[in-house]
Design a protein around this ligand. Structure first.
Ligand SMILES: Nc1ncnc2c1ncn2[C@@H]1O[C@H](COP(=O)(O)OP(=O)(O)OP(=O)(O)O)[C@@H](O)[C@H]1O
Ligand SMILES: [Mg+2]
Length: 310
């Protein structure tokens, strides 16, 4: 385990922000931390960086107890904080150099690492600019460059894509995957379920300071439903399609009337193509297709009775 959190409790005054959290993360994964505003994601992450004092519990990183080996551990973690943290009076490459030095890099190694980080985030051409001359998305990427300059084993990103342009968002998501392929374990916080689904091997759902579910995308969705509902609007109906569709493996039910077709099919059976073939081969026209798949939003709603985003 690269990270182990045991019975973590964190209060702000009387308010219980992290309520007895237990979490173990294996090396080499991209783990998504998903939860609504105020769930306790940032608070949990900050305790991993020893940025905020905990009330009780134990945290082990790289197999060592955090508070005993704080400096050593922190030097192998890279954190991209929720609020962009850059020096406005330093140029982009000077910002990255500052963080590189902080992590103990020197001389040629420092120079090369700064270049690597800026190239990696697609900012090398703009290294001479100041953060204010950057777009919001570029500032985010610069923040990431600062966090990865020392090639950390564990990277923690706290909502790195909030409020940025689609291009930077895409760039950030693909760089998370690349960093992971290069050997870093990534903890990725967001309340965008789409991006969590896209990049994460495993998903941890937090709500009101507690972990309420954990698993792969498929595992979490199987908590609520194992079926897809496919609906179609058809014209020129031929009722013989019903029997043929029912024979397709994975199809659980098929109902039609003159204009509509509803098929309930096993989740992930990928038989939409087969269903379409049957319809087209019987000279029935398809005007509209809709597939309702279980979503993480649905998982959250089922578990809490509330929506992930209001
Ligand atoms: N410094 C603080 N003092 C008092 N309460 C705090 C402090 N920081 C956070 N909280 C409270 O703790 C709870 C958890 O906050 P936290 O920032 O960890 O949530 P989050 O899951 O990161 O939310 P978001 O998605 O909005 O970033 C919230 O109710 C918040 O108001
Ligand atoms: Mg937060």
């Amino acid at each position: 385990m690269i990270l182990e959190i045991k019975n973590l409790v964190k209060r702000y005054g009387d308010f219980l922000a992290v309520d007895n959290v237990n979490l173990a993360i294996k090396e080499g994964k991209i783990v998504g931390l998903l939860g609504p505003n105020g769930a306790g994601k940032t608070t949990t992450i900050n305790t991993i960086m020893a940025l905020s004092k905990i009330d009780s519990g134990k945290i082990f990183v790289f197999g060592k107890e955090l508070y005993k080996y704080e400096m050593e551990i922190k030097s192998k973690i890279g954190i991209v904080p929720q609020e962009v943290a850059l020096f406005d009076d330093l140029k982009a490459y000077e910002n990255v150099t500052f963080f590189g030095r902080l992590y103990g890099l020197k001389g040629e190694n420092l120079k090369n690492s700064v270049k690597d980080a800026l190239e990696f985030t697609g900012l090398w051409d703009r290294k001479e600019s100041y953060p204010q001359q950057y777009s919001g998305g570029m500032r985010r990427r610069l923040n990431i460059a600062c966090a990865i300059v020392h090639k950390p084993k564990l990277i923690i990103m706290d909502e790195p894509t909030v409020g940025i342009d689609p291009q930077s968002r895409k760039h950030i998501l693909s760089s998370v995957k690349k960093l992971n392929k290069m050997g870093s374990t990534v903890i990725y916080t967001s309340h965008y379920m789409e991006e969590i689904e896209e990049i994460c091997d495993e998903i941890v759902i937090m709500d009101k300071g507690k972990i309420i579910a954990r698993g792969t995308n498929e595992e979490l969705k199987s908590l609520i439903s194992t079926e897809d509902k496919i609906t179609m609007e058809l014209s020129g109906m031929n009722y013989t399609i019903v029997d043929s569709i029912k024979k397709i493996q994975g199809v659980k039910d098929c109902i039609v009337n003159e204009k509509f077709l509803e098929v309930v099919s096993k989740n992930n059976s990928r038989n939409l193509g087969a269903i379409i073939d049957v319809i087209v081969n019987n000279n029935v026209d398809i005007n509209k297709i809709n597939v309702d798949k279980p979503t993480l939003e649905g998982v959250f709603l089922t578990l809490t009775g509330r929506k992930l985003r209001d």
